[in-house]
Design a protein around this ligand. Structure first.
Ligand SMILES: [Zn+2]
Length: 169
């Protein structure tokens, strides 16, 4: 299993470039810039990351395309989006295209109020979407899946576009 999260293809968004090397890896980290910064969420320093996470409110739109997530980083992000009335993460539009999830990626109970975009996302371990609510469409497909993609009570399949309302809690 590869430990390098950086695909070689240059993304079309302003990206982090951490680890770029003119000969071996001209693209570097593909993570999109966190708003107001020039690195992705994974490579933001602790202060910047804490500031960003503290700025999030339940239902916020998030854009972390290309970002290499560890299990801890994903949990920190989802914790910052937790709806106090349900105790579950509440996301607006969520862009995770070409993101890499190292370790288990558990979105259990999350509510995606906007589109949930996971094109070409890579999951090194299990991806769990138990009891997830997609109020808009969810798009998966094209990435690497080393673990199981586990969706209960839903209907999300590889490469399939899920129309609004099809997946319910
Ligand atoms: Zn980065």
């Amino acid at each position: 299993m590869s430990t390098s999260p950086a695909p070689a293809r240059r993304p079309h968004w302003p990206h982090c470039r951490r680890g770029a090397d003119p000969t071996t890896d001209p693209v570097g980290c593909c993570g999109i810039h966190v708003p107001g910064y020039t690195t992705c969420l994974a490579h933001l320093d602790d202060r910047g990351r804490n500031t960003y996470l503290a700025s999030l409110t339940p239902g916020a739109d998030i854009d972390h395309r290309g970002t290499p997530f560890t299990q801890n980083l994903l949990q920190s992000l989802l914790r910052s989006l937790r709806d106090p009335t349900t105790g579950k993460p509440h996301l607006g539009k969520a862009w995770f295209s070409r993101a890499t999830f190292t370790g288990p990626a558990h979105f259990d109970g999350a509510r995606f109020a906007g589109g949930a975009l996971f094109h070409e996302a890579t999951f090194t371990h299990d991806a769990r979407f138990d009891s997830v609510t997609f109020s808009d469409h969810a798009e998966f497909g094209g990435g690497d899946l080393h673990g199981r993609r586990h969706v209960q009570r839903g209907d999300v399949r590889e490469g399939r576009r899920v129309p609004r309302g099809e997946v319910r809690q």
